[in-house]
Write a protein that binds this ligand. Structure first.
Ligand SMILES: [Zn+2]
Ligand SMILES: [Zn+2]
Length: 58
């Protein structure tokens, strides 16, 4: 698993790069950059490789 804030392996990141309200920028499964769309309800972060939206964290 990778950090969704910086794309590094989770073992190398203590999570300080992503605050609770920040939008994730990297897929936690493959570390690719996510396509992020901000919506009135929040946001959708989608991985182009996995195709499915990443879990929303608001
Ligand atoms: Zn990180
Ligand atoms: Zn992915």
């Amino acid at each position: 698993m990778y950090c969704s804030g910086c794309g590094r392996p989770e073992s190398e990141c203590d999570g300080a790069c992503l605050r609770p309200l920040d939008i994730p920028r990297f897929c936690s499964e493959c570390a690719r950059k996510l396509d992020v769309q901000v919506t009135p309800q929040g946001y959708e972060a989608t991985c182009r490789t996995h195709g499915e939206p990443a879990p929303k964290r608001l």
